[in-house]
Design a protein around this ligand. Structure first.
Ligand SMILES: Cc1ncc(COP(=O)(O)O)c(C=O)c1O
Length: 501
């Protein structure tokens, strides 16, 4: 592709993207299509073509097809899972990064990219209240950031050369990890991939506030140690995936210091809320952790993918990951990220994050994150005011709630009614996700299936959250009516005539 063609196609694509970003709020969040319909529309069925296609034709048709068949997390009523809209400057940053194609594994291959990543990591540490002397690197997302920290803990805290000898080396003494029952599933992958096995994860129960029960944690540590196990990591969560609960991080830090166990905080979702003045006080304890995972592709609104593993002592990453094969001739006095994580060749992920941090500044992020939290609280108020919705939790920017038909409101403690409400809300979620007016996800809170709206979305306004109760109530009534037409009832109790409206 020559320069003039590249310029023409690039300009055309940027024009299309700008139009799309402007149009997203007017359309649905997503389109309801089967996998085969998507494959058909995008012409994804044939063999690899023998001959090529004109790049302009390809870009034009692919962009249009993608716009017509995608879910838009940049929609102001996208509240599903924890996925943010992309900061436009991050979109342009990724374009620039791809054009440079810096390999940020070694300084010599990426002098500017490596130094930008170092500054990005320092700024992230500063924003969440960790020491700017912390070390770290950017990875693909929250799972990888947690995994990198877990591996660092394994190497630092197991008490033997676990990298060389393996986890089973010490007379069968098992390495053990401790985390609340609300911890994200990354910990299962980490236990599995690090060789300690998922049975080595001690799931500690939570109290009524869904935060880790410290008494239960202490008891489990005592029992395991007495039985010859080796507790090597305690995980606290700063913003749980289901409800945004923040564990008692101050007390966890003190406990880990007392017992000399590595203290890791999963702040993939909530870590950045530490920069907001009225955030939960426990977020101030991130500085006390040995490692912290945060996710710029969540609350810094970086386009996917961008996670960040932070460690208090940068050497712990080198101790967990560095090898020095003879075919690499890298200067030791500079930062070679290949020594700090599992990847060898690495892209220039930092650019999109660094540009967005510079564009918005710390004050801009404080304002956007506080805005998301305020919108979530407003949503909770709207839910509370509705006679057919039940507010279940509100924490950080996550609100959980469920649709409860009025005639069942006084009977939610009955198990058959509980089962019916689970079924009703599961079907309601399915309808909401397919119909595209508002996109929420779900959680299971205290054993009950609930709807979950997580706002990490700088496009969302008060009007968007005000619409949620009426949309959910309208679709909820329709699902309730359909269930009754099918003869499904709560505990055989006739629930009265379907409501109109
Ligand atoms: C608390 C928490 N940890 C880890 C993750 C995993 O992050 P990612 O999806 O970026 O891998 C999530 C994702 O939602 C999360 O909420």
């Amino acid at each position: 592709m020559d320069g003039a063609t590249f310029r023409a196609h690039g300009h055309r694509l940027v024009d299309q993207l700008a139009e799309l970003l402007e149009a997203i709020p007017q359309g649905p969040v997503t389109v309801d299509q089967s996998p085969s319909a998507v494959r058909h529309s995008l012409n994804l069925t044939g063999p690899l073509p023998e001959t090529g296609t004109d790049a302009g034709v390809l870009l034009e048709s692919t962009a249009s097809a993608l716009f017509a068949h995608s879910l838009f997390n940049a929609h102001p009523r996208f509240f599903g899972y924890i996925t943010a809209p992309p900061a436009p400057i991050g979109v342009l940053g990724d374009f620039l990064a791809a054009a440079l194609n810096a390999n940020a594994g070694a300084w010599v291959l990426s002098p500017a990219a490596t130094e930008i990543e170092r500054q990005t990591v320092r700024w992230i540490a500063e924003l969440v209240g960790c020491s700017p002397e912390s070390g770290g690197l950017l990875v693909s997302g929250g799972n990888m950031a947690n995994l990198v920290c877990f591996w660092a803990a394994r190497a630092a805290a197991s008490g033997w050369n676990v990298r060389e000898e393996g986890v089973a080396a010490r007379n069968g003494r098992q390495l053990l990890a401790y985390a609340s029952a609300e911890t994200h599933t990354w910990i299962q992958k980490a236990a599995d991939l690090s060789g300690i096995g998922t049975s080595a994860v001690r799931w500690i129960p939570t109290g009524p506030d869904l935060r880790i029960d410290l008494t239960a944690l202490r008891a489990r540590l005592d029992a395991d140690t007495a039985a010859g196990g080796v507790p090597f990591i305690v995980v606290g969560t700063a913003g749980s995936v289901s409800t945004g609960a923040v564990d008692p991080l101050v007390e966890l830090a003190a406990l880990c210091r007392e017992r000399q166990i590595w203290f890791h905080v999963d702040g993939a979702y909530g870590g950045f809320a530490a920069c907001v003045p009225d955030a939960p006080g426990d977020l101030r304890a991130l500085a006390e952790a040995d490692s912290v995972a945060v996710d710029p592709h969540k609350w810094l609104y970086a386009p996917l993918e961008a996670g960040c593993a932070l460690v208090r002592d940068p050497e712990t990453l080198r101790n967990a990951f560095a090898y020095h094969p003879p075919y690499y001739h890298f200067e030791e006095t500079v930062t070679n990220y290949v020594d700090y994580g599992p990847q060898n060749s690495r892209g220039f992920r930092a650019l999109k994050v660094w540009l967005a941090l510079r564009q918005a500044g710390a004050a801009g992020y404080r304002q956007m994150i506080a805005g998301d939290i305020a919108l979530s609280r407003a949503l909770a108020e709207g839910v509370r005011a509705s006679e057919e919705l039940e507010l279940v939790t509100q924490g950080l920017s996550i609100t959980t709630f469920r649709f409860v038909p009025q005639e069942l409101r006084a009977r939610t403690a009955e198990s058959s009614v509980g089962e019916y409400l689970d079924r009703l809300n599961r079907q309601l979620l399915d309808r909401l996700q397919r119909e595209g007016e508002v996109f929420v996800s779900n959680a299971v809170v205290r054993g009950r299936f609930v709807l979950r709206a997580c706002i990490v979305n700088f496009h969302t306004g008060v009007g968007d959250v005000e619409e949620v109760p009426s949309i959910v109530t309208r679709v909820g009534r329709s699902v309730h009516s359909l269930l009754r037409e099918e003869g499904v009832e709560a505990g055989g109790a006739a629930a009265g005539p379907p409501q109109s409206g």
